[in-house]
Write a new protein. Structure first.
Lengths: 265, 293
């Protein structure tokens, strides 16, 4: 008699990898093997629906039929790891980059990366912005050592193509705009965040983007300022604070070791 | 704050409720429908932002039940502690009047198979489910309900009838039972069981909730018919009839109308709930008459 664990691995092979060999030996007499298709279909339909919600622009760019086909391959290669489908699809942009039928659309993977950032901002936990009064109370001598914690909805993304414009035009079904993009205009630097009115995708210039990347990575204020000499950094910082892009701050140790920038996607 | 909390902690009354899905969030706040309670899928409220705000606004008017679909109580390799913690955090924020999960599994070896998969009805599976219901109740510090599944296949080595399996889980863990009447009907027809006998085998004292939903009828190439629990249509007449039997046996019980695919306008759900309410009221008056006689 198979153990429960053996049965569950056999079912996984059947439902995710389409390998019915082990599962077929487990079914009761008279139960046709195609009954497994009912479950397989529910899984694929549910996950496809979830990915369609997260990647609507990718779907429109490639068409529903192509999208469904790509998703089937994706599900087999990267099945979800937890019953929290808001977080399912993080590998989809990498998958598309390496998916041979999709490589002719050079910006497709980057559009997917932007949509994943939008999805992440949409579902990020709620968090209160940092207490400005407490920040103002920091001693002048210590201000250089202030290091921020980014709001969980903040995502920072750099792409080789104008994916923000493409994304907007695709979702608005604006064919005219879609035909007129300058694909050689150089990289775009984007801030994605959830505001009270919804998720916003904001293009920044490169110095402003790098400054925010540094701050979100916990780099101490003075160190971040020193790296962006061309930027009106105090105005930028005031904007970030007013927009609630940080939830806390601390005073970094004198020898700073910035953490890896989690917000960069 | 304390008085607000008391309002939220109102128990779920023995009346009809509706499953609340994203499509109806705004309509529910606009219309404030006359429905006694609502149920949501716990997994849809694990992030921040808009969904939670809608649910927090809705729960000011009606008590909420949190119905989990992803804890995988039947996983042989254990509950995912991260998922259990996410469930706890939603409960902390929403303060539900009821919490429930399924007699099913969906996770093995770190892969989430996004469906409620059937368990073999064995002593081993029963022990696994009981251990996990204990773990869930301990972690959440509350009693939960477990729901009977709808199934399309059976395993060769099953030895325990499903109704006995579920009654045993309740008996071993002290949990309650969420009796899904549509699931009983679907599974009974698919496996050739007697749906009335299934109902009769469940212990009335621990039935905490009833589910009603529509299902699909699919003819198979071999000429047989498979019923699929797709929650995409009205409750069928046979299931309403079985629901009357359930009420007669269990008494008035909070009853939920579930609808998850091809979701209709809110009024359709409310119409189904009104029909359930009528049957609950009839049950109540029949009991009153019987007591008076």
């Amino acid at each position: 008699m198979p153990t429960l664990l053996e049965l569950q691995y056999a079912m996984r092979s059947s439902l995710v990898q389409d390998d019915d060999e082990a599962a077929s030996a487990l079914l009761a007499a008279g139960v046709a093997l195609d009954r497994l298709n009912i479950y397989r279909n529910t899984i694929v339909t549910g996950l496809t629906k979830s990915l369609r919600l997260s990647f609507p622009a990718v779907e429109r760019l490639v068409g529903a039929e192509f999208f469904d086909g790509a998703v089937r391959h994706f599900i087999a290669a990267y099945p979800p790891r937890a019953a929290y489908l808001d977080q399912y699809g993080g590998e989809f942009s990498d998958f598309l980059r390496d998916f041979p039928p999709a490589t002719s659309l050079v910006y497709l993977a980057d559009v997917a990366r932007l949509e994943w950032a939008v999805n992440g901002a949409l579902h990020a936990p709620d968090a209160e912005p940092l207490d400005l009064a407490a920040l103002k109370a920091v001693d002048c001598d210590d201000q250089a050592r202030v290091s921020f914690v980014a709001h969980p909805s903040v995502r920072l993304l750099r792409a080789d193509y104008p994916v923000d414009d493409i994304w907007r035009a695709v979702l608005a079904c604006d064919d005219q705009a879609l035909a007129g993009f300058d694909m050689d205009g150089g990289p775009v630097h984007l801030l994605v965040e959830r505001r009270a009115t919804g998720v916003e995708v904001v293009p920044l210039d490169a110095p402003a983007w790098h400054f925010l990347v540094d701050l979100c990575a916990g780099r101490p204020l003075q160190s971040a300022l020193d790296r962006e000499v061309e930027l009106d950094a105090s105005a930028a910082l005031a904007q970030h604070l007013a927009a609630g892009r940080f939830t806390a701050f601390r005073l970094a140790a004198p020898e700073p070791e910035p953490t890896s920038p989690e917000a960069v996607v | 704050m304390a008085s607000e909390k008391r309002v939220h902690a109102r128990p779920i009354p023995a009346k009809a409720g509706i499953g609340l899905r994203f499509q109806h969030h705004q309509a529910v706040l606009d219309v404030r429908p006359d429905v006694a309670w609502m149920e949501v899928h716990t997994e849809n409220y694990m992030g921040g932002g808009t969904p939670l705000r809608y649910l927090e606004a809705t729960r000011r008017d009606v008590p909420i039940s949190l119905h989990g679909v992803g804890l995988s109580l039947g996983s042989a390799d254990g509950l995912d502690p991260a998922h259990l913690e996410r469930v706890r955090q939603v409960a902390e924020r929403i303060e539900p009047a009821l919490m429930s999960e399924h007699i099913a599994w969906s996770v093995v070896g770190g892969t989430y198979l996004a469906d409620l998969l059937p368990l073999p009805m064995t002593e081993e599976a029963l022990a696994v489910v009981c251990r996990h219901v204990d773990q869930m109740q301990t972690y959440l510090k509350r009693r939960v309900l477990v729901e009977n599944p709808s199934t399309y296949l059976a395993f060769r080595h099953s030895t325990i009838p499903e109704w006995e399996f579920i009654a045993a889980v309740a008996d071993c863990t002290g949990c309650g039972i969420l009796c899904d009447v549509n699931n009983i009907y679907v599974s009974a027809r698919n496996h050739g069981w007697d749906a009335s006998a299934y109902l009769a085998a469940l212990p009335p004292a621990v039935i905490g909730e009833i589910h009603l939903a529509g299902h699909a009828v699919r003819p198979l190439p071999d000429g047989s018919i498979l019923r699929i629990d797709d929650h995409a249509s009205r409750v069928c007449e046979d299931v309403w009839a079985l629901y009357r039997e359930a009420l007669a046996r269990f008494g008035p019980i909070p009853t939920l109308i579930e609808w998850d695919n091809d979701i209709p306008p809110l009024d359709v759900l409310l119409g189904e709930a009104a029909r359930a309410d009528t049957l609950i009221a009839e049950t109540r008056s029949e009991i009153a008459h019987a007591d008076a006689a």
